[in-house]
Design a protein around this ligand. Structure first.
Ligand code: ADE
Ligand code: ZN
Length: 317
């Protein structure tokens, strides 16, 4: 089944073998982040963020990002994804220097066009600031995004350590991105409670929420999300491996959907969570009995919530 994926971190979308190969070429030792089978290892969410940074160490040049993008899109397309948006962070692409960032983005766009021709996948990017680097670095990131907004760079968001600061600390950056015409999303309610989801919507005026699963703890908020048409980028496999949720049967995605909330499904960081879009769909089928009609509706929601322009949206429908 053709799939649409809205929540995918760019550097984690390529197979670990790509990252290991690049590290070997450059003589960079990141063996500490892999187990004997070549899988990423980490203890908990905070350690996961540290391991993620280490996995990005070999990615140094625009050419590295060109190759990464090609590997990532080939792997994503292999699971039937026909449209995806990936989260890219200028922090990993020249540290927020605008001239450098333009080169990195051009290299990714080049690879993206090649992937569309070779693998039939359409790809757009969402610049993502890292919350744990603080509001000042978020402004630097937002400026990079605002200066390069266009057909390929379509959105702005925030990932990283959710419990650091409050959403309003980042309002300046989100305002700058919105004024540049970018669509907005933000990780919230993965670790934070319903208040974090509500404050993120109120203070950052985002159309989509990354995860948002803890909204389930406040029925009034669930009702409001449904009424306002806020879209959740839900990543069940990620939530279960990171222990934000205890298991598939306990995952709130079905309850949120049944309450009228617009839910979509993504992998987040597939190799870190031993998942793929195929696996996510399979587990939703097994756990909640979702069938072809449910998945078709899920894809429709995702296409409608995609940040691409309407001509692209019509093409992938
Ligand atoms: N960066 C990569 N994956 C993430 C997640 N699940 N939450 C926050 N930041 C992330
Ligand atoms: Zn994420």
């Amino acid at each position: 089944m053709p799939k649409v994926e809205l929540h995918l971190h760019h550097e984690a979308a390529a197979p670990p073998s790509f990252i290991r190969g690049l590290a070997k070429e450059k003589n960079i030792d990141i063996s500490r982040i892999f187990d004997a089978d070549g899988n990423y290892v980490y203890r908990d969410f905070d350690h996961f963020l540290t391991v993620y940074d280490a996995a990005c160490e070999p990615l140094k040049t625009p050419e590295d990002f060109r190759r990464l993008t090609l590997a990532a899109l080939e792997e994503t397309a292999r699971h039937g994804v026909i449209y995806c948006e990936t989260f890219v962070s200028p922090d990993f692409c020249g540290g927020g220097d605008l001239l450098a960032w333009r080169d990195f983005l051009a290299a990714m766009k080049d690879a993206s066009e090649e992937a569309e021709r070779s693998f039939g996948i359409t790809h757009r990017t969402v610049v993502t600031c890292l919350r744990h680097l603080g509001p000042d670095q978020a402004k630097v990131t937002a400026r990079c995004a605002a200066e390069t907004a266009g057909d390929y760079l379509v959105g702005f968001g925030m990932a990283g350590a959710e419990m650091m600061g409050r959403p309003s600390d980042f309002a300046y950056s989100f305002d700058m991105a919105r004024e540049a015409g970018l669509k907005l999303t933000c990780h919230a309610g993965e670790w934070g409670g319903p208040d974090m989801v509500a404050d993120t919507i109120r203070d950052l005026k985002v159309a989509r929420i990354g995860h948002g699963i803890n909204a389930i703890k406040d029925p009034a908020l669930v009702e409001r999300l449904a009424e306002d048409g806020v879209v959740l980028e839900v990543c069940p496999g990620s939530n279960i491996v990171l222990q934000a949720v205890t298991g598939w049967a306990q995952h709130p995605i079905a309850r949120l959907r049944d309450a009228g909330v617009k839910v979509t499904v993504s992998t987040d960081d597939p190799p870190f969570f031993h998942t793929t879009m195929t696996h996510e769909f399979d587990m939703l089928n097994r756990t909640f009995g979702w069938d072809d009609a449910d998945f078709k509706a899920l894809n429709e929601t995702a296409i409608d919530a995609a940040f691409c322009d309407d001509a692209t949206r019509r093409r992938i429908k």
